[in-house]
Design a protein around this ligand. Structure first.
Ligand code: FE2
Length: 390
């Protein structure tokens, strides 16, 4: 089938150990007063915040700090930060943190120039205002290797009033600079490393298998899947292994480019309501769902799954296409298990009675992009498997 693809990237990608040193120069190019968005303390204790603020001062920039961003940022988190940025007349946002911090910074950069609450712009059925004005400049500095938010044009925001976790999305939202310094991930604990890596792997595989897949992102996804296969377990077992950290940071960045341009699938679709109703970390539910979703998709993407097995270093020369596809699923399960991720979420005690609500929350763009169409019964089956209720 002939498809027309589109490919958006950040204005500039800076990648490599020690890359943080360039933040002052980049910030000076883009603004004069920055809102620095941070999570809950780890960047203060690691010294990364001090280095960042020093570099801003050295380049004659003013800054204001907005910190304590929770995981799964809410509408209120974004609206409060926007109020601060406006009051302080910031013309640049720099976010230093994991996916939630980057998404918050990204959303604030757009809301500073656009009216109303960020809730007005969320992709909720029948709603979703379009951004009228360009955001102020945004520099994304990831400190985990997972969401790829540094390369995407959406931000996931939790709307607690409506009990929904939905994106704001616009090409304008893509960061002006994605500054990826793998040294910032050296102190990430093993479990966070595993869960974030599981998210990146799911993003690569879902965008590669998805209906909107295209040649550019296919190439990036397969390379990133190979990097994750080689390095996730190493990064979990030895956090100081810079080579493994570098590979995971690259894979996460590529996963962001993939998902932003080619979409996701059923694992991400179901992960959003699981995050809203059970507060299950995004990467964990994605990683647990991934092998089940791959199995479900196997009949319609057998060849592509076989290609994934090759990227993961498997010798498939003596296998049938279906056998090679099954090998990819087996290998993904093995990597996730060695990284310490369980094969189901039984300990989260997800209730059968909530399935219909979870399925309702899963409907939307990611589910529509899944290569094999899903009925509600199919989703129930996936939920039974991943919750351990079978
Ligand atoms: Fe994700």
């Amino acid at each position: 089938m002939n498809k027309v693809g589109e490919f958006y990237t950040p204005g500039k990608i800076i990648f490599g150990p020690g890359g943080l040193a360039q933040v002052g120069i980049e910030a000076k190019r883009l603004g004069s007063k920055a809102l620095v968005v941070l999570g809950r303390g780890s960047m203060r204790t690691s010294g990364a915040l001090d280095r960042l603020t020093h570099l801003l001062i050295e380049n004659n920039l003013e800054y204001v700090i907005y910190e304590d961003i929770p995981s799964d940022p809410s509408v209120e988190t974004v609206d409060t930060g926007t109020g601060l940025a406006k009051k302080e007349k910031c013309n640049l946002v720099i976010a230093l943190g994991g996916g939630s911090v980057l998404d918050t910074g990204k959303a604030i950069s757009a809301m500073v120039t656009n009216e109303g609450s960020v809730a007005d712009y969320q992709e909720i059925e029948g709603k979703g205002r379009k951004f009228q004005y360009k955001p102020i400049s945004f520099i994304a500095i990831p400190t985990t290797s997972g969401t790829g938010s540094e390369a995407t044009r959406n931000a996931v925001i939790t709307n607690t009033k409506l009990g929904l976790k939905k994106s704001i999305r616009d090409p304008w939202l893509i960061p002006k600079v994605a500054l990826v310094d793998p040294e910032l991930t050296l102190s990430l604990p093993p479990y966070v490393t595993a869960v974030c890596g599981g998210d990146a792997l799911t993003q690569c595989i879902e965008s590669y298998l998805g209906k909107k897949s295209q040649e550019i992102t296919d190439t990036l996804a397969l390379h990133a899947i190979g990097l994750i296969g080689k390095s996730l377990v190493k990064a979990v077992k030895d956090g100081k292994n810079l080579e493994a950290r570098k590979n995971m940071a690259m894979a996460a960045l590529l996963s962001g480019l993939c998902l932003s341009n080619s979409g996701l699938g059923a694992a991400h679709a179901l992960s959003h309501p699981l995050g809203v109703y059970y507060k299950i970390p995004h990467g964990l539910s994605c990683a647990v769902l991934l092998p089940y979703v791959m199995e479900y998709n196997l009949p319609v993407v057998t060849k592509k799954l076989a290609r994934i097995a090759q990227s993961l270093g498997e010798n498939i020369s003596l296998l049938s296409e279906t056998g090679a596809a099954q090998r990819a699923i087996y290998k993904v399960k093995e990597i996730l298990s060695q990284a310490g991720i369980k094969s189901n979420l039984s300990e989260w005690e997800i209730k059968k009675e909530d399935f219909s609500q979870l399925i309702k929350g899963a409907k939307g763009g990611s589910l529509n992009n899944n290569p094999r169409d899903t009925s509600d019964e199919d989703l129930i089956e996936l939920l039974y498997k991943m919750t351990g209720l079978y």
